[in-house]
Design a protein. Structure first.
Length: 396
């Protein structure tokens, strides 16, 4: 998520200490945090933060957010509104307010923060995705001060002393580069293409996304393919291959909204969860060490997924030619960047499409009784850009 704020006038007072030899006091590190079970498995990473009043609030940990934010429902608790701000999230643009940042605690440790302001916006889409309330986003203005290790295998989020901790078991290092607003990118992407970096976005609950050009190359598909050819290719990062990768592409309309981080490629939480992840933000380095939770290459499943998608595409093409495809006419065209499929081995499959020039997504769920049974369209529905249900369609 990107947050743009209006400019605020302020006076900064600098206090100089005459004790030049005195060592600065190192802030207390937060204690280890137990992860929510769904984090990295299609779910977001959520931690409970505390206000000075003692009130506890669920926050999403989001390295793709430049600033920390609160849900609009909490504005009355944040004091006087200082101005307006704009938040963008994968094409969804909304206006919010700017407020003086309250003191935030993780456990008993106060969290450091760059800047003095937080922002408010509607977090209901995140709550819908998470299946539970989310009342805040913990962004890079806080996270950048810490060395944070995400151990998905142990289900722990740790705050480490990067100065004295051994890096020996942290895995492969990737240099982090500030994209200009406090968020970080690495110099590689999940398509394995050269000279095209990726933003690290823990607020993205799937594996990541690719630029328009890379997405076309990676999928090798065009719209609703007449020949029914759909590929589920492998992902590559750091010279290593990964299977069962869920990547997305974004069309020109989504990009034009102004969310600058989707101009880059992106790496999301589902991909990160295949590793022991260490973000040494102060030293601008990310470490990845593949773990037993990594999805292993399964040739049978890959072949089955491709075959299932081809069968489903052929069924939809047949319905479309007859004018019976739910929600579509014979002349509707699919936006090339939005054709995705999710194969739930071995007996269900969902295909997602967007119409060319549209903002809604059309979902088609297929099922079969056994591995040798034919696929049948079981359910069809339409959602808006915020993933809210628009309409369910009868299945022919």
């Amino acid at each position: 998520m990107k947050i743009n704020s209006t400019a605020f006038a302020c006076t900064c007072l600098l206090f100089l200490c005459s004790c030049a030899t005195e060592k600065p006091i190192r802030p207390r590190q937060p204690a280890d945090v137990t992860m929510n079970k769904e984090a990295g498995q299609g779910g977001l990473l959520i931690v409970t933060l505390r206000l000075a009043s003692g009130e506890k609030l669920p926050f999403m940990v989001d390295t793709g957010a430049s600033g920390t934010g609160f849900d609009k429902s909490l504005e009355r608790k944040l004091g006087k509104r200082l101005g307006n701000g704009t938040a963008c999230h994968f094409g969804d643009k909304q206006e919010g307010g700017a407020y003086v940042a309250p003191r935030l605690y993780l456990g008993n440790a106060p969290l450091m923060m760059t800047g003095t302001n937080v922002f408010t916006y509607d977090l209901r889409p995140f709550s819908s995705t998470a299946g539970r309330p989310i009342l805040g986003v913990l962004g890079m203005d806080v996270l950048a001060h810490y060395c944070i290790q995400l151990d998905f295998q142990a289900g722990m989020m740790r705050f480490l002393d990067d100065t004295h901790s051994s890096h020996k078991d942290w895995g492969r290092p990737f240099a982090l580069t500030d994209i200009g607003d406090g968020r970080f990118s690495v110099g590689e992407n999940l398509a394995g293409a050269k000279d095209s970096g990726s933003v690290i976005d823990s607020g993205c609950n799937y594996d990541g996304w690719l630029s328009q050009q890379l997405f076309r190359q990676w999928t090798n598909q065009a719209g609703l393919p007449a020949g029914g050819e759909v590929r589920s290719p492998m992902g590559v990062l750091g010279g290593e291959t990964y299977c069962d990768i869920i990547l997305r592409g974004f069309g020109a309309e989504t990009i034009s909204v102004g969310d600058s981080h989707i101009v880059f490629n992106g790496i999301g939480l589902r991909f990160l969860a295949r590793h022991l992840v260490t973000f040494d933000f102060p030293k601008r380095t990310m470490y990845l060490k593949r773990t037993g939770r990594d999805v292993q290459v399964d040739e049978e499943r890959e072949a089955a997924g491709k075959a299932a998608a081809e069968s489903a595409i052929k069924i939809l093409n047949g319905l479309k030619e007859k004018g019976q495809m739910p929600g579509w006419s014979k002349n509707d065209e699919a936006a090339v960047e939005t054709v995705t499929f999710h194969f739930h081995y071995p007996d269900s499959l969902t295909l997602d499409f967007m119409k060319k020039g549209g903002s809604s997504t059309y979902h088609y769920e297929f099922a079969r009784r056994s591995k040798t049974s034919p696929w049948k369209l079981r359910k069809a529905w339409q959602t808006d850009k915020n993933k809210h249900l628009v309409k369910e369609y009868p299945v022919p």
